[in-house]
Design a protein around this ligand. Sequence first.
Ligand code: DC
Length: 222
Amino acid sequence: MDKVIAIDGPSASGKSTLARTLSEKLGIPYINTGSMFRATALAAQKRNIAWDDEKALQDMLRTVTMEYKVNSNGEFELFCDGEFPGEALRSAEIAAGASKVGTCPAVREELKNQQRRMSAIGWIVMEGRDIGTVIFPDAEFKFFITASPLERARRRLAQEGDKAGGTLEEVAAAIAARDEQDSNRAVAPLKPAADAELVDNSNMTLEETFNYIYNKVKDAVL
Ligand code: DC
């Protein structure tokens, strides 16, 4: 078994906050794999490489370095080509690009190899879409966090305001469309591992979600 807490689920399900808080409270590294897909989309944009040009993306990824480092706030953050790309990864445009490059098998293969290497040092919490199914099928803990599209749209609006990209209904529709793209791609689609615990937190606060999961993992990790 791998010493990995796999946190999978759709966007805006609260899984990032959950994974980050678990990392803080357990004192273990946090790997947000979505930022690697986002960084791939951003690096391609900078080099004028199309998000569906699989061969060019594959060649590019051989030269782009990605690791997770502790930033000035004491949090684990993606460090890419000598800098923290940070906010540049958060735009709706780059999110759409990340979803697009994530449909390329060669991109997934390259990032999978990098993600697997990140487990060598002891317990980690890794968050994404396919951690429990593809990256660490032998993870000790697997959780699939979800909530209804409307509830996720509410959270996104509360968190991002104008940057969320529209009204409640528009944001909910965009979230449902991205779920659809992520769930129906041929390689590593967004779906719970057979042995993952499904946590629908539509009617739970993020704190309740955290406490529920923390209590399940703490004895093994601490
Ligand atoms: O978690 P996020 O919103 O930062 O992820 C951005 C996109 O990256 C998401 O739409 C799908 C893709 N992704 C993926 O395909 N596999 C992962 N493990 C993480 C993200």
